[in-house]
Design a binder for this molecule. Sequence first.
Ligand code: SAM
Length: 204
Amino acid sequence: MSDLQQSDLQQNASGTLPPDYFEKMYAANPDPWDFETSEYEAKKYAATIAALPKAQYRSAFEIGGSIGVLTEKLSSRCQSLLSIDVSQQAQARAKARCQHLPQVKFEVMQVPYEYPTHRFDLTLVSEVGYYWGRDDLPLAQQQIADHLEPGGHLLLVHWTPYVEEYPLTGDEVHEAFLQQVGTTYRTLLSQREERYRLDLLERL
Ligand SMILES: C[S@@+](CC[C@H](N)C(=O)[O-])C[C@H]1O[C@@H](n2cnc3c(N)ncnc32)[C@H](O)[C@@H]1O
């Protein structure tokens, strides 16, 4: 068996949705969640950016940047921004959208199996945590905490209604991070809207 097949099996066993799930989705529809046109997404993106306490971040990390709609908005608040995604197709569109933004870099990467080596002062986890399996969520939490500098911000934003195909709910993701409050983070902001929630944590 090739390494790729072996690692796919491990990922499936963990419950985390594999890259192929997303590649198929983007092949069928280049904007599967209507990020470019949805009024709901536009309002949520405005709330996401408004939640950031600092005017500028030195080095930000976006997990699951998709086709780059939120990436582009976030970039004005970052001296440098690394946006990663498991989908090559999505990232190709993000790169095209952000080509006028030299501070934005892209890499295809699957968290938590892969993670950048350096530390950030902002990590954005928007609409991606519920794709991790139950066993991978703690690994992702560890990677995120290990690569966030003291005083750095972790912004979590997730859809809360149940989705059958997703390994976790948005609430399960947020509650897991909130359990680290007191030891790893302090809470700066918690906001619950009709269909999503937003939590902003600061690394201790
Ligand atoms: C629903 S979109 C969210 C896009 C954007 N963050 C937003 O809030 O609009 C989720 C994206 O995460 C990517 N993704 C899913 N699991 C991932 C993982 N384990 N590591 C990195 N990216 C992942 C998918 O390919 C998809 O593009």
